[in-house]
Design a protein around this ligand. Structure first.
Ligand SMILES: CC(C)(COP(=O)(O)OP(=O)(O)OC[C@H]1O[C@@H](n2cnc3c(N)ncnc32)[C@H](O)[C@@H]1OP(=O)(O)O)[C@@H](O)C(=O)NCCC(=O)NCCS
Length: 219
């Protein structure tokens, strides 16, 4: 366990060439690194940028929290986060679930492969093989206007993007997912998770009495 914690926090760095210059994809980053970096003023998809920066500092400081950043110069231009599910969420009852909370790239840096590289670098962390990683994608958070995509095109773009690191779309009766037909739950079972982890996940997928389609994969 100690070794796993060590690996989890050991920072990796990868350079990504983009038409706007070289971006450093790195993580898991320390709270200190986030504090000292400027935060791109258009990283505003989820919260106003100063509040989102505070959220990243908070997550980076959690025992099982991890933040990966895309840095250009001293500025964070993209990030992705991992943390334990919120205590009121059904997924928190699974001891090995880690939630990929958010991924965001500043609009002027999008479509240069930054999002994909953030996922590639973070999922190369061997500690993620110990976890059942989930992501709950809510269409109300999607940048439909900025992307010029319909809600279904955006869903397809995201499921393909998360699919690049082995995440798969699955059914659930979680009311927050069922709230909108485009919402998606995706999961990836780390190589070192076992049958018990899969069973417990399947039990959490469908909690309503009489749910039939237990653990059915969508795609
Ligand atoms: C989703 C997001 C992180 C993608 O970041 P990005 O750096 O633009 O992603 P990439 O450049 O790595 O592109 C990944 C793939 O998605 C495709 N894609 C991304 N944006 C697209 C768009 N607007 N239209 C069509 N395809 C798009 C890319 O072409 C690429 O596909 P490919 O691998 O087949 O070439 C970014 O759009 C974003 O920050 N959106 C707002 C926040 C959000 O919706 N987060 C997800 C929910 S948590």
């Amino acid at each position: 366990m100690e070794n796993r914690k060590q690996e989890e926090k050991e920072e990796k760095r990868v350079a990504l060439q983009t038409p706007r210059g070289e971006v450093s994809i790195q993580g898991p980053v320390s709270t200190h690194l986030i504090e000292k970096c400027t935060f791109h003023h258009e990283l505003a998809n989820f919260r106003p940028p100063p509040r989102q920066k505070e959220a990243l500092i908070f997550i980076a400081g959690l025992p099982e929290g991890m933040v990966y950043t895309a840095l250009y110069g001293g500025s964070i231009i993209g990030y992705t986060t991992f943390h334990r599910p919120h205590k009121f969420s059904r997924w928190s009852r699974h001891p090995r679930i880690l939630e990929l909370g958010t991924i965001e790239v500043a609009p002027e840096w999008r479509r240069y492969g930054v999002g994909k590289k953030l996922l590639e670098v973070s999922f190369a962390n061997p500690s993620l093989e110990e976890y059942v990683v989930i992501t709950t994608e809510f269409s109300r958070h999607w940048d439909l206007r900025g992307s010029c995509l319909s809600v279904w095109q955006y869903q397809k773009m995201l499921t393909k993007l998360f699919g690049t690191v082995g995440m798969q779309q699955v059914h659930t009766d979680d009311p927050s997912i069922l709230e909108h037909p485009a919402n998606v739950l995706m999961v990836r079972f780390g190589k070192n998770t076992g049958a018990r982890d899969r069973l417990l996940f399947a039990e959490l997928q469908f909690e309503k009495e009489g749910s039939e389609a237990r653990a059915v994969r969508v795609t």
